[in-house]
Design a protein around this ligand. Structure first.
Ligand code: NAD
Length: 364
């Protein structure tokens, strides 16, 4: 029997709650697909800093290095707890970004999907999304402002300043564009390239590289859109998009906006695909406002498992079953607290109950 090893990093806040449901789903997939998953739990994130003095302990690094893929819960603490950790040791700076760098996970896939029968979850009026929402956002994940050099100090006048650098090479842009074009080819053959070339030189280079790469994909239609206009269009006309490709910070922000038009960030899974290794995590954070209540929506974490089955283990059938099971639970009329209308809140499913129904749907 084939065995896949998975480093499981539960993370902070709602991380352990939603990871538990993802693990249930992995265990349910084993007999269905005839494989076994060797799950290796390891500390990572803000709690890891308090327990081990670092957000990304050496032991966790070794486990991730030796595993076939990484399943990561959201990390990060509420504002008060964060303040107890030195700025440069906080979990995103000292855990998440180093993980992205270590495994060179340059391509972040963020599916933004709501089938027509679940359109009532969206805050958009039904007539704006008659066919539901179906977009693949692709975010460059290891370049740009988040990884550039930083400097802080005092200027000659004694005032505090900070300088952060936005750097991209043509090579980095080219490889994420290839990812975007290849994805567009698999879907409707439409690629929106998101930029800000009216202001940023990095976007001028981005657009030049788009022009160089596009002739290799004559079957893909390219549309250029400025990032601020893209934000508006996502709300007013989401059906105009199929695949969107963009640099790191644009993708961070626009994909949270995309979670908004779905109705909740709880519907946003993601895959962070690298040259060394890939890891899978919800697009959202650790939601400290609802942590520990058992009400978080685990769709994002279970969807991240489906992406892992597809992209790391080539288990497309099993992945399809997980997607179908997730949607079957909602299609049966169930709702989680984040998606419930005020009058439905009383009957909203908790995190574990949702996971149980996904497992039941998988087995049926
Ligand atoms: P957040 O994404 O954690 O939460 C935003 C809102 O969405 C909250 O109201 C939250 O309750 C809700 N939400 C998010 N996921 C949900 C789910 N699965 N089910 C139901 N509701 C859900 O953003 P934030 O509050 O700004 O950040 C909290 C922490 O997460 C911060 O420390 C931040 O730095 C960190 N963060 C981590 C990651 C990551 O691990 N990749 C990403 C983003 C933010």
């Amino acid at each position: 029997m084939k065995t896949f090893s998975i480093a499981v990093l539960e993370g902070d806040g709602i991380g352990p709650e939603i990871t538990r449901e993802a693990v249930k789903v992995l265990r349910a997939i084993e007999p269905i697909a005839g494989v076994s998953f060797d799950l290796r739990f390891a500390p990572f994130g803000g709690q890891a800093w308090f327990d081990h003095g670092t957000s990304f302990p050496a032991e966790t690094m070794a486990i991730c290095d030796a595993s076939d893929a990484i399943l990561k819960g959201p990390i990060g603490l509420g504002t008060e707890a964060s303040r107890r950790i030195p700025v440069n040791e906080q979990p995103e700076r000292a855990g998440l970004l180093p993980m992205r760098k270590r495994y060179n996970t340059y391509a972040n896939f963020r599916p933004v999907y709501l089938p027509p029968e679940l359109c009532h979850f969206s805050p958009l009026r039904k007539e704006r999304i008659p066919n539901g929402i179906d977009i693949m956002m692709i975010r460059e994940l290891v370049g740009g402002l988040y990884f550039g050099e930083k400097e802080e100090g005092r200027n000659e006048a004694g005032g505090r300043y900070v300088k952060e650098t936005l750097e991209y090479t043509a090579l980095q842009i080219r490889r994420i564009l290839h990812t975007g074009f290849q994805e567009a080819r698999k879907r409707k053959g439409l690629l929106h390239s998101v930029h800000k070339s009216n202001v940023l030189l990095s976007s001028v280079l981005w657009n030049e590289v788009v022009d160089e790469v596009a002739p290799e994909y004559p079957d893909v239609r390219v549309e250029h859109i400025i990032v601020d206009a893209a934000a508006t269009a996502l709300v007013l006309r989401p059906e105009t998009f199929d695949v969107m490709v963009m640099e790191n910070m644009f993708g961070d922000i626009l994909s949270d906006l995309a979670g908004g038009i779905l109705g909740s960030l709880g519907l946003m899974p993601s895959a962070c695909v690298g040259t060394e290794k890939s890891y899978y995590e919800p697009s959202h954070g650790s939601a400290p406002d609802i942590a520990g209540r058992g009400t978080a929506n685990p769709y994002s974490m279970i969807g991240s498992v489906a992406l892992m089955l597809e992209k790391s283990f080539e288990m497309d059938d099993a992945a399809r079953r997980v997607w179908d099971a997730l949607r079957a639970v909602f299609a049966a009329g169930h709702v989680t607290a984040d998606l419930a209308a005020p009058e439905e809140r009383g009957k909203a499913l908790g995190t574990a109950a949702f996971g149980d129904l996904v497992v039941a749907a998988l087995k049926s």
